[in-house]
Design a protein around this ligand. Structure first.
Ligand SMILES: NC(=O)c1ccc[n+]([C@@H]2O[C@H](COP(=O)([O-])OP(=O)(O)OC[C@H]3O[C@@H](n4cnc5c(N)ncnc54)[C@H](OP(=O)(O)O)[C@@H]3O)[C@@H](O)[C@H]2O)c1
Length: 266
């Protein structure tokens, strides 16, 4: 388990699910840099825990698809920090599978991880935050939940569910608790090759993005920091897209040319 080099009892406290690698580790580092105390969870303890600004995140082992273990991560935060200011529900993902042939168990597991588990964590966090009188819960969604998601259909549906979930929970849990969703596009993590292919393919994907690059984990962290900050105190039930301008409509690559399109895009 990692140790924080300095313990500031007044520093905000943050739980990042799946904060052991990838985007979650970037989010954990972002909050550490901002001075927070951070707990991350995952099924496997990583060789190196996220660290920044001389602080290291703490780790608790949990499979968040198990409701008891999901709630246990929130209890662990309270045991360690005595309060919980921010939860970033980041753990998620899905292997590729054809919807026509994927097993019922596969579909159920994907929806459990990407929709049901974040709801369990949010429910446990809300109970603590209502008692405290404040808190910010941030779901990590995906553009796959906002457009078709072939190859990861159940994942896309679960991520779409997260975007809807925050709209309902914001109404049920305000004014003490704010809940929002960050919606990343393509993100370059250490698994970028696994997710998007070889460097040439990654470069080709980046070329389709209006800002001409993939997001970094820190881009997603910055959005989370904003949604956790007083600067977003009137924002709840919202989705903040972090996709570099988004994916151009497919019809534009079908050879459609009009004077207007040429004027605007070429
Ligand atoms: N990468 C992208 O381009 C991209 C784009 C849009 C949205 N997103 C979303 O961003 C989030 C992070 O993605 P990523 O690419 O950083 O993923 P990743 O590199 O695969 O990391 C996933 C993290 O979640 C943890 N995790 C997975 N299953 C878990 C479980 N059942 N219980 C507890 N922890 C679990 C993993 O740790 P263990 O394996 O040890 O459990 C790991 O810490 C996901 O919600 C994903 O859907 C990613």
């Amino acid at each position: 388990m990692g140790q924080m080099s300095t313990v500031d009892e007044s520093a905000p406290t943050v739980l990042v699910t799946g904060g052991t690698r990838g985007i979650g580790a970037g989010i954990a580092r972002g909050f550490l840099r901002a001075g927070a105390r951070v707990l991350v969870c995952g099924r496997t303890e990583p060789a190196e825990l996220p660290c920044a600004a001389g602080r290291t995140a703490l780790f608790t082992r949990a499979d968040i698809r198990n409701p008891e273990q999901a709630a246990g991560t929130v209890r662990r935060s309270i045991d360690l920090f005595h309060r919980l200011d921010v939860v970033v529900s980041n753990a998620g993902g899905s292997p590729y599978a054809a919807a026509a042939t994927a097993s019922p168990r596969f579909h159920a597991k994907v929806i459990e991880l990407n929709l049901i588990a974040p709801l369990h964590i949010a429910q446990a966090a809300n109970a603590v935050m209502q008692d405290q009188g404040s808190g910010s819960i941030i779901m990590v969604g995906s553009v796959s939940g906002a457009r078709p998601s072939p190859g990861t259909a159940a994942y896309g549906a679960a991520k779409a569910g997260l975007q809807h979930l925050v709209t309902s929970l914001a109404i049920e849990w305000g004014p003490a608790v704010r809940i929002n969703c960050v919606v990343p596009g393509f993100v370059a993590t250490e698994s970028v090759a696994e997710q998007y292919g070889d460097p040439a393919t990654v470069a080709a994907v980046a070329a389709t993005v209006p800002l001409r690059r993939l997001a970094t984990p820190d881009d997603v962290a910055q959005a989370c920091l904003f949604l956790a900050s007083p600067g977003s105190s009137y924002i709840s039930g919202a989705c903040l897209t972090v996709h570099g301008g988004g994916e151009p409509p497919a019809f534009l690559s079908a050879g459609v040319r009009s004077k207007l399109i040429e004027h605007v895009l070429l």
